[in-house]
Design a protein around this ligand. Structure first.
Ligand SMILES: C[S@@+](CC[C@H](N)C(=O)[O-])C[C@H]1O[C@@H](n2cnc3c(N)ncnc32)[C@H](O)[C@@H]1O
Length: 204
């Protein structure tokens, strides 16, 4: 597993962006509890799809003190953050720099993979890295959630997944479809309140 290769591909800037800390984020307490329960505290590498300004990544850093956290996000925002969306945000132009500012003190343990989730996961896999668990909270439309589960299954078989936003019909439908298509391990996915969890299928 060559974490240093991924660090070279997605380096931190020399200097901290000149911004004030902004800890806005969405990580429901039930999701935080799921991260703490399902992700291994002794992990060396954890990964998330969808980081925004770093709230969920900070929870993982605190939960797994030895872990490097790979944060995959294009930092362009999701549909809901765009004008007219339910979580419209004026932060999109500085989202990536704000994430770097927020995570600056933890930069030795965070790799900001600025990429689409598929490109990011492929880069991680090409470096020979296998995360010990993956948190899924990027785009929430049904095809995108399904694709994230499908790609995670293809690239990282046998890895626990924790997914956010179960109350969204699009997320539920994607998980149901993934279950139907046999993307999960033998143990079926489970759901509680705000989150769902499962495990990607092992290679046959
Ligand atoms: C709901 S936010 C993540 C919230 C974050 N987990 C937290 O704790 O605050 C979703 C994030 O996914 C990112 N995103 C959406 N679609 C993406 C895609 N296809 N590839 C990479 N990132 C994506 C957005 O830029 C946004 O930052």
């Amino acid at each position: 597993m060559i974490i240093s290769d991924l660090r070279l591909l997605y380096p931190w800037p020399e200097e901290c962006p000149d911004l004030v800390l902004d800890t806005e984020g969405w990580c429901h307490e039930e999701v935080e509890a799921a991260i703490r329960t399902i992700m291994p505290a002794g992990a060396a590498v954890l990964m998330e799809l969808g980081s925004w300004l770093g709230t969920s990544a900070r929870i993982m850093l605190g939960h797994a003190p030895q872990a490097t956290v790979i944060c995959i996000d294009h930092w362009l925002g999701s549909k809901e953050h765009k004008p007219g969306g339910r979580a419209e945000s004026d932060k999109l132009p500085i989202l990536y720099e704000q994430f770097l500012r927020n995570m600056w003190d933890d930069r030795a343990r965070v790799i900001p993979v600025r990429a689409d989730t598929l490109q990011g996961m492929e880069a991680v896999a090409r470096c020979g890295i296998r995360p010990e668990a993956i948190y899924i909270d990027a785009a929430h439309d049904r095809p995108a959630v399904y694709r994230d589960i499908d790609n995670a299954t293809r690239l990282f078989p046998g890895v626990p997944l924790v997914g956010d936003d179960w109350p969204f019909a699009s997320v539920r439908e994607a998980v149901w479809r993934a279950e139907k298509d046999g993307l999960f391990a033998k143990i079926p996915y489970r759901q509680h309140g705000q989150f769902w969890w499962g495990c990607t299928k092992e290679k046959p």
